[in-house]
Write a protein that binds this ligand. Sequence first.
Ligand SMILES: N[C@@H](CCC(=O)N[C@@H](CS)C(=O)NCC(=O)O)C(=O)O
Length: 338
Amino acid sequence: MSESLKLVGVPGSPYSRKMRAALRYRRIPFQWVGAGSATHQKLPKSPLPLMPILYYPTRDGFEATSDSTFMLKRLEREHKERSLVPGDPVVAFLDHLVEDYADEWVTKIMFHYRWAIAENVDNANRMLPRWTPVVPEEFANAFGDNFGKRQVDRLYVVGSNPTTAPIIEASYGRLLDILEQHLRVHPHVMGQRPGTSDFGLYGQLTQLVQVEPSSLRIARERAPRVPPWCDNVEDLSGLEISDDGWFGRDALPATFQQLLAEIGRTYAPFLLGNAAALASGAESVDCQVDGTHWTQVPFKYQGKCLEWLREAHAQLASPDRKAVDEILAGTGCETLLA
Ligand SMILES: N[C@@H](CCC(=O)N[C@@H](CS)C(=O)NCC(=O)O)C(=O)O
């Protein structure tokens, strides 16, 4: 029997959860390999020090690949069943925009709640190491002093600081409110069947509503549909779908429009501020997000995210691009594509 894909990750890694759930939903055979496990150590080193790592069997071993967005794109090329990309290029572009928002803005919310709030830091230092089976107790107890401290010291990388904390926490609250209303009517972000954005949001939310005590309490209080939704997306391999299960471009619900406006209110101004800082070689990003000063170190990868969004927009056929621009007009997201 030919070797199957191997996905290396940990439950405490939002992008690992994103990929594991996506592979399950798509019924693509794979093995889940715990990061740091004996099986992982036998696999070739990954090009980037990031999780998850998706290993493809080759004639003489395994090829390591990184970056969940590109993993999903390759899986779309190689597997036709149960695609995550809406057939309508207009809706596919919007799905990509929401996936990118999840991967690059909601991850700030996730990292902030885990490493900027004492109660959650203590919890993470206790939980994260123990996701590795039979991890030595000494290692687990010393985890906080090593990895935990390192992550707390890296809060500035995602832009979490006393000035931005209220912006981040308010955007979490609004995202929960929008999803709560959306999930009262629609089983998935993209309609009757999930898109890449469902797994992007799910990945980050698994940590916020299942791991971090304070953000979990907020979610259960404010958006009681979101934690159960995450539990369901964990394994959608049994979900029956129809070809036209995604929203149509003319049938996007108000809650989806509100999600676009939330992206336009937070992620869009940050992405533009980050791009401006990268272009000028500035040492810090300084821009207005949600009416408040946002400052952090420029982030190269998110400079690329903006370029990839603009490339995807430019590649649309002009009637589709016009339709996207009409849908985004007034959301704030249009500033990304101007
Ligand atoms: N863009 C990457 C991001 C991957 C990423 O940042 N993974 C985190 C874990 S969730 C990581 O490995 N961080 C490295 C570290 O914290 O040292 C993707 O979508 O896969």
